[in-house]
Design a binder for this molecule. Structure first.
Ligand SMILES: NC(=O)c1ccc[n+]([C@@H]2O[C@H](COP(=O)([O-])OP(=O)(O)OC[C@H]3O[C@@H](n4cnc5c(N)ncnc54)[C@H](O)[C@@H]3O)[C@@H](O)[C@H]2O)c1
Ligand SMILES: O=c1ccn([C@@H]2O[C@H](COP(=O)(O)OP(=O)(O)O[C@H]3O[C@H](CO)[C@H](O)[C@H](O)[C@H]3O)[C@@H](O)[C@H]2O)c(=O)[nH]1
Length: 339
C-alpha cells in the first residue's frame, strides 16, 4: 500500500509534521490525523509536553522548532508535505512577566520554522492562533473582521506569526490556515489522550483537578463583569472537535493551494465561570469550594466566537458541542491520572 494513498488514488495524504505533538492539543491532532489515515511525525522539545503522549510507532524527534538542521532531516526522512504548528508557550500572565520569552518561542522560532518550510518547499502550513488576538473586544460574538488588538504579549506574539504567514504566502509557494482557538477543553472521548499540563491554569482543567481532590477548590477571578452573573464568559470548544477542524482544513489547503484561510474555532456560545463550575459539580457529583478573587489582569469579560466562517467554509460537524460532555471527558482523563 502507498502510505500517501491509503485509500487508493484520490486525496493525497502527504506526511504531516506536527510541532508540539507531545502537548495537549498536538497529541489530539496526531490521533485525529492518524485516524483519518495521514502519515504523521512529531517534533517537540518536551518543555511542557510528554513523550508518553505520542504513540511509540509515530516518528518522534525531540528538539526545537528553530533547529534548522533537525527540521531539514525530518523533512527529508519523513517526506513532509505539510506542517501543523502547535508548539509554543501559552500562559498569558507568564507572557506579561517574561515577554521576550514569548516573542522568542512563539514569534522568532515560528519564523525559523516558516523559513525552513519555505526553503524545503513544504506546501501547506496550519497555525494554532488564539482568540487572544482580539484582546478585549467591545462586542460579542467576534468574527474574523473584528480588528485584531491583543492586550498582552502572548496575543501579540501569535498575531505577529499570523502576519508573517500572510506575507510569506504572498511571496512563496505555500498556503496557510490560521485557526484562532477559543477556550479549548475536554479530552479524547476514547480516553487515548487528555491534558496533562503541570500547573495548569485553564478553568475546566483546574475545576476537574479540584473535583478529584488535587486542589482545595477554585478561585473565581472577578464577579463584577458585565455578564449575566458577573463572572467571565468564554466559548469552550472540545479538543476533539478542534483537531477535527484541522484535518478538514488540511484537506482544503491541499485541494486549493492558492487559498489561505483565517478562521475562528469555537461553537459560538458562551458559558460563565459559575456555569462551568456548576457543570463540573453536576458531572462529578461533588461540590467544589469556590472563593472569589480579584479580576485577573488582562481578562476580557466575555469572549465568544462568531463561527460563521468556519461553518460555511469547512464541512465541520462538531460532535461534542455540549458543556457537560466536555467536562465529562476532561474528568474521565483526570480520574485516569496516575502521577
Ligand atoms: N489550550 C488552549 O486553550 C489554547 C487556546 C488558544 C491557542 N492555543 C495554542 O495551541 C497550541 C498548543 O497548546 P497546548 O494547550 O496544547 O499547549 P501545550 O503546552 O500542552 O503544548 C505545547 C507543546 O509544544 C512544545 N514546545 C513548546 N515550545 C517548543 C519549541 N520551541 N520546540 C519544540 N517544541 C516546543 C511543548 O513541549 C508542548 O508539548 C499553542 O500554540 C497555543 O498557543 C491553545
Ligand atoms: O482558576 C481559574 C481559571 C480561570 N478563571 C476564569 O475562567 C475564564 C477562562 O479562563 P482560562 O484561564 O481557562 O482561559 P482564558 O480565557 O484566560 O485563556 C484561554 O483562551 C485564550 C483565548 O480565549 C487564550 O488562547 C489562552 O491561551 C487560553 O489560556 C476566565 O474568565 C478566567 O478569569 C477563573 O475564574 N478561575
Amino acid at each position: 500500500m502507498d502510505r500517501k494513498f491509503p485509500d487508493g488514488p484520490g486525496l493525497l495524504r502527504t506526511p504531516v509534521l506536527v510541532t508540539g505533538g507531545a502537548g495537549y492539543i498536538g497529541s489530539h491532532a496526531v490521533l485525529a490525523l492518524r485516524d483519518a489515515g495521514w502519515p504523521v511525525a512529531v517534533v517537540d522539545d518536551l518543555s511542557t509536553g510528554f513523550r508518553a503522549a505520542v504513540a511509540k510507532d509515530v516518528p518522534f524527534y525531540e528538539g526545537d522548532i528553530a533547529d534548522g538542521e533537525l527540521l531539514a532531516r525530518i523533512f527529508v526522512e519523513q517526506e513532509i508535505g505539510a506542517i501543523m504548528h502547535f508548539a509554543g508557550s501559552i500562559v498569558v500572565p507568564e507572557s506579561v512577566a517574561d515577554p521576550l520569552r514569548y516573542y522568542g518561542n512563539n514569534t522568532a522560532k515560528s519564523r525559523a520554522l516558516i523559513a525552513a518550510a519555505v526553503a524545503h518547499g513544504i506546501g501547506h502550513f496550519i497555525f494554532s492562533s488564539t482568540a487572544a488576538v482580539y484582546g478585549a473586544p467591545d462586542h460579542s460574538p467576534v468574527d474574523e473582521e473584528t480588528p485584531a488588538a491583543p492586550i498582552n504579549p502572548y496575543g501579540r506574539s501569535k498575531l505577529m506569526t499570523e502576519q508573517m504567514l500572510a506575507d510569506t504566502a504572498a511571496a512563496h509557494e505555500i498556503n496557510y490556515g490560521v485557526l484562532r482557538y477559543f477556550n479549548v477543553a475536554g479530552a479524547d472521548p476514547q480516553g487515548r489522550a487528555g491534558q496533562s499540563t503541570a500547573g495548569a491554569t485553564h478553568l475546566i482543567k483546574v475545576a476537574c483537578e479540584a473535583a478529584t481532590g488535587r486542589r482545595d477548590g477554585v478561585a473565581i477571578f472577578g464577579t463584577d463583569y458585565e455578564t449575566p452573573d458577573g463572572t467571565g464568559v468564554r466559548d469552550y470548544i472540545h479538543v476533539s472537535d478542534l483537531v477535527a477542524a484541522h484535518v478538514l482544513l488540511l484537506e482544503r489547503l491541499i485541494a486549493e493551494p492558492e487559498a489561505s484561510l483565517t478562521m475562528n474555532c469555537g461553537y459560538g456560545r458562551g458559558f460563565s465561570v459559575s456555569e462551568v463550575l456548576d457543570a463540573v459539580e453536576r458531572v462529578a457529583g461533588t461540590e467544589i469550594a469556590r472563593r472569589t478573587e480579584a479580576r485577573r489582569a488582562g481578562d476580557p469579560g466575555e469572549l465568544v466566537s462568531d463561527p460563521s466562517r468556519i461553518r460555511s467554509t469547512l464541512p465541520w460537524e462538531p460532535r461534542n458541542d455540549d458543556l457537560d460532555t466536555i467536562v465529562r471527558h476532561a474528568l474521565e482523563w483526570e480520574r485516569m491520572r496516575t502521577d
